[in-house]
Design a binder for this molecule. Structure first.
Ligand code: SUG
Length: 454
């Protein structure tokens, strides 16, 4: 019998050290909120409330645990030693910037945790998960080892899942995971066409005209090609497309800040890619080719309707697009879109036209995460699984009513409601965080995944 196919949204649980350190040049929200007071408790509860809303709609929702922060293991690897308090104290004194990077809760944006390819599209018919190396930003590169450990704990059956090591090669081989990858298919169960969006070439000739000038591109085409090869994708089902360097310079640091796709729908800004109209024509042609003439519904937003600036400010394209039933998709948008009249109007018109499968918009207040450049789509990693595969993952991470309640209580009990830059040197925050994470591993039944537990 054919197994049903389900899209599972894994959301990152926001970590207890969520703060605004201004670590991401090129990410305008991160740059403008540097030094602002954060509220980790509210951040985590906002995330959990989005998860609960989607689970209540009947979608399958799961969680990924936060990483241990501050990353004492990283500080030890770069030469700090003694007790944890000694390590913190010495790092605070000699390399405060490095210490701040080790406190970042950036692992909450799990759209950057990995690229996931469903078994239906892989030559060996296994689900492939490649953790992103995140080499372009130091605070994010620290995540990759822990992500691999977590994915191996959840997707442990290697006859069904293959968790790869991140793509090696250093900064020029940067890979930012699913934020730069979109799978199109007639339905989740269908054959996938995979769009990989990159910003630069690690090697060979680069046309200077096609390079951003203000900010760095994070994704290399060579890294995207490596992920496609590792995931055993068929060449005919893969397209590599260059991101528009002007968009990167306007603050579009990942493709999911300027385009969003789901099944047979793509919502995109006309300035998203280099030669966007050619890219769309190619996507339509390839989609039809592998799907017996089926149509890709590509919805364009013109710069005259919404500028790149407004797209970045509202994070419209970082909405999560989910299928509720055939021909009924829901767009989960940040509440910032509701507060910007042009964007709200555009969305109202889209729904009223009834010309596309996007039938509903729902706005989510994710201000805490948004102020660091993380919208609804950044907070989730999509994993398309057959029902039989879903039965083989670690069941403790699937969000049930009771897990949701336990997580809300856990956050309320352990998280602070205010965190400033000076609080980061407080050794008490380290012990609070380790204590909380230890309890979380028991709630999820995930085992000893953290370095401090080993
Ligand atoms: O990598 N922000 C993240 C936001 C990631 C958003 N993800 C997607 N678009 N999929 C980043 O720039 C800010 C941390 C700070 O400044 O404290 C940060 O890392």
């Amino acid at each position: 019998m054919m197994s049903r196919v389900i899209e599972v949204n894994f959301d990152g649980i926001v970590g207890s050290t969520h703060n605004y350190a201004g670590l991401s040049a090129g990410n305008l929200a991160s740059m403008t909120h540097r030094g602002a007071l954060s509220n980790p408790r509210e951040a985590a509860l906002q995330g959990l409330s989005k998860m609960k809303y989607l689970a209540d709609l009947g979608l399958t929702q799961a969680v990924l645990p936060p990483h241990a922060r501050p990353a004492i293991d990283y500080l030890r690897r770069v030469g700090f030693c003694g007790s944890d308090t000694d390590v913190l104290g010495a790092a605070a004194k000699t390399t405060p910037h490095l210490l701040v990077a080790c406190y970042s809760a950036s692992n909450m944006w799990v759209a950057n945790a990995a690229t996931v390819i469903p078994s239906a599209d892989a030559k060996d018919q296994r689900v492939h998960l490649t953790p992103a190396n995140l080499t372009s930003k130091l605070h994010r590169s620290i995540e990759t080892k822990q992500t691999e450990v977590i994915l191996r704990a959840i997707f442990s059956d290697d006859s069904i899942f293959q968790v790869h090591a991140p793509v090696p090669g250093g900064q020029s081989m940067g890979d930012e995971g699913a934020a730069n990858h979109t799978r199109f298919a007639v339905s989740h169960a269908g054959r996938g066409l995979h769009l990989f969006v990159y910003g630069h070439r690690a090697l060979g000739k680069q046309t200077t005209r096609l390079k951003p000038v203000r900010y760095e591109s994070r994704q290399a085409i060579e890294a995207s090609q490596s992920v496609a090869r590792l995931s055993q994708l068929n060449e005919t089902n893969v397209i590599f497309v260059q991101q528009n360097p002007d968009a990167i310079d306007a603050g579009v640091f990942h493709n999911d800040v300027i385009a969003v796709g789901n099944e047979n729908v793509l919502l995109y800004h006309e300035q998203a890619f280099v030669q966007t109209s050619r890219v769309i024509a190619e996507l339509r042609r390839r989609f039809a080719e592998i799907n017996l003439g089926a149509k890709l519904i590509a919805i364009k937003i013109r710069a005259t309707e919404i500028t790149l600036f407004e797209a970045v400010k509202s994070y419209l394209f970082n909405s999560q697009l989910v299928t509720l039933s055939p021909d009924h998709m829901l767009l989960c948008a940040p509440s910032d879109c509701q507060q910007r009249p042009r964007v709200r109007k555009w969305l109202n018109n889209l729904i009223a036209s009834e010309k596309t499968p996007i039938r509903e918009v729902r706005y989510f207040n994710l201000h805490q995460s948004m102020s660091n450049g993380g919208g609804p789509a950044c907070l989730r990693l999509r994993v398309v699984l057959k029902e039989t595969e879903l039965a083989k993952i670690l069941q403790g991470v699937i969000l049930t009513e009771s897990l949701h309640t336990r997580l809300v209580n856990w956050v309320t009990k352990h998280y602070r409601d205010e965190l400033s830059a000076t609080d980061l040197a407080d050794p008490q925050l380290l012990s609070e965080s380790q204590f909380a994470l230890d309890e979380l591993t028991q709630i999820l039944g995930i085992g000893s995944i953290y370095p401090f537990q080993r």
